[in-house]
Design a protein around this ligand. Structure first.
Ligand SMILES: [Zn+2]
Length: 158
């Protein structure tokens, strides 16, 4: 039995909103996942950009999205090497492709599930983790199988 002393002075890093990202964090404070959307071509961009690469507009509005998506890729962190995250291992870090637009990825950790259960193609929905001082961090939980989407088809049924 070992009880390795760990430095407790290092806190988990907090997001530092800037002019480009503060609308995203303001919405997250209210429990809303809102992504930058181009006013010229209506495409979503994340992380936020200064100019739209599609139509070169610099006019944007942050627009709420459903918070639902599909795991595009993931990694499972098992080693406590990231400062401030030592107590969280193991955890799964997901890149989630939002339902509203293919190719738009939002990164967050898998919550309310075993990190080993993370899979590409897994359906997830946003949750908000309080970080203190009103800040909330979007994370993702397995999508609940209720409501208007019905049940997913079962594989291998015969
Ligand atoms: Zn555009």
């Amino acid at each position: 039995m070992t009880d390795v002393a760990k430095p407790q002075s290092v806190q988990r890093p907090q997001p530092l909103p800037n002019d480009l990202t503060s609308p995203f964090w303001d919405a997250a404070r209210d429990g809303v996942l809102a992504l930058q959307r181009c006013s010229g071509c209506a495409r979503f961009h994340h992380p936020p950009l200064a100019y739209c690469p599609e139509c070169h507009s610099n006019s944007f509005a942050f627009t709420p999205v459903s918070g639902r998506g599909t795991v595009y890729t993931y990694t499972i962190m098992r080693q406590a090497r990231v400062v401030g995250f030592e107590d969280m291992v193991p955890y799964a870090c997901l890149a989630v492709e939002i339902d509203e637009q293919p190719g738009v990825l939002v990164v967050g950790n898998l919550v309310e599930a075993d990190p080993e259960s993370a899979r590409v193609g897994m359906r997830v929905e946003v949750r908000f983790e309080p970080l203190g001082e009103g800040m909330q961090l979007p994370q993702f939980a397995p999508q609940q199988q209720q409501g208007d989407r019905g049940s997913l088809p079962l594989k291998g049924s015969a």
